[in-house]
Write a protein that binds this ligand. Structure first.
Ligand code: SF4
Length: 363
């Protein structure tokens, strides 16, 4: 083992956080933790991991769950395609691999939602395969240690860092080494305020020597953020035990596939309520049902990775039920069943702000 790997692993054993997926080489647990922790902080992901493992202790249990149950368990984590892919991959493992995770990189890459990073993580940590894992932490540590200014979010940058990470791999125990490097980036060589004074690599770190720690790693600026304007009609009917509302299930090809929201009128720009109420869609949803607007929310701003959603909610009481012919994604549900439906965080925020809508049902 190289001196670098030895020192790193020694540091890891002294400093690592105790996390449940680290005390196992069960590929199900490692895979689950890796998918949950993509784009999610460890402290937030921890609770979700525990809930998933408790509800579905093995891949067959997860495969047997419904997509709604999986999305509901995932609610609040965002990036819902990860949850749908997680569910599909569990089914693949069950049906295409007789319930056992494939133990090769290519086999793992065939699972829904498993990219190069996740395949390398599972292969090295569960099966001991000698393959480097390159995540944001690894990019940062290597960029600083070796003084590499290649942007990390380009194909060329990824190639350069992957080759370097691979050349540093020890001949055995690649899983521990990979975890050590990522943990070193997460805890010690952090994006802001890295602890250079107490760093085990301080004397050999290029960035420290050249005073470029805060400049590395280099990342090219992101694409422009797309602004979208969502006008939600919160269509309520009845009260008490018969209180019900309409939900729209989002279809494929856009954000939040498979999640539920209210009836949506999306506009290209902000629109005044008077104009909205003149639109064909508003009339279609309210006129024959004798809808009465009883509340209009403030504007919510909801940032996603490449989009900024501006949303306003219009709560409407309907005297009559909607004619749902031609409305194939809208359905009427009991208010008491609302909590079973997986919802985007934006909808959840509105429900939190309005006491779960209970004040708006007509008495
Ligand atoms: S000296 Fe500072 S920048 Fe260099 S590896 Fe250590 S913590 Fe990171």
């Amino acid at each position: 083992m190289t001196n670098f790997a030895q020192r790193l692993i020694h540091w890891y054993h002294l400093n690592k956080r105790s996390l449940p997926w680290r005390d196992t080489n069960d590929p199900y647990c490692i895979w689950l933790s890796e998918i949950i922790l993509q784009q999610t902080r460890v402290d937030q992901g921890f609770a979700y991991y525990e809930r998933f493992v408790s509800a579905w202790p093995g891949v067959a249990h997860l495969a047997a769950a419904s997509e709604d149950e999986v999305l509901k368990m995932w609610q609040g984590l965002g990036y819902y395609s990860r949850a749908r892919n997680l569910h599909k991959a569990a089914k693949q493992v069950l049906h295409d691999h007789a319930g056992s995770f494939p133990d090769t990189i290519n086999g793992l890459l065939g699972l829904q939602g498993v990219g190069e990073y996740t395949a390398a993580a599972i292969a090295s940590m569960a099966f001991g395969t000698k393959v480097a894992v390159v995540d944001g932490n690894v990019f940062r540590v290597l960029a600083r240690l070796y003084g590499i200014g290649e942007p990390i979010n380009t194909a060329q940058g990824k190639k350069v860092f992957t080759e370097l990470a691979t050349s540093l791999l020890p001949t055995s125990d690649a899983g521990t080494y990979n975890q050590a490097l990522m943990e070193f980036g997460a805890l010690h060589c952090t994006p802001r305020k890295p602890q250079c004074e107490t760093c085990i690599f301080a004397s050999s770190c290029h960035a420290r020597r050249d005073n470029t720690v805060s400049d590395l790693p280099v990342k090219l600026s992101k694409k422009t953020i797309r602004k979208r304007y969502f006008n939600y009609l919160v269509l309520l009917h009845g009260h008490g035990n018969s209180a019900s509302l309409y939900l729209n299930k989002r279809s494929e090809g856009d954000i939040w596939t498979g999640l539920y929201e209210f009836a949506l009128i999306e506009t290209a720009a902000p629109v005044a309520s008077e104009s909205l109420m003149e639109s064909d869609r508003w009339k279609e949803l309210t006129a024959n049902s004798e809808g009465r607007l009883i509340h209009q929310s403030h504007q919510y701003k909801h940032p996603l990775t490449h989009q900024l959603i501006h949303a306003r909610f219009y709560v409407v009481n309907l005297q009559n039920l909607l004619d749902l012919s031609g409305q194939n994604t809208l359905s009427l549900i009991k208010h008491s069943a609302l909590e079973k439906y997986p919802l985007p965080r934006l909808i959840d925020r509105f429900l939190d702000d309005t006491n779960g809508l209970s004040d708006y049902y007509q008495t």
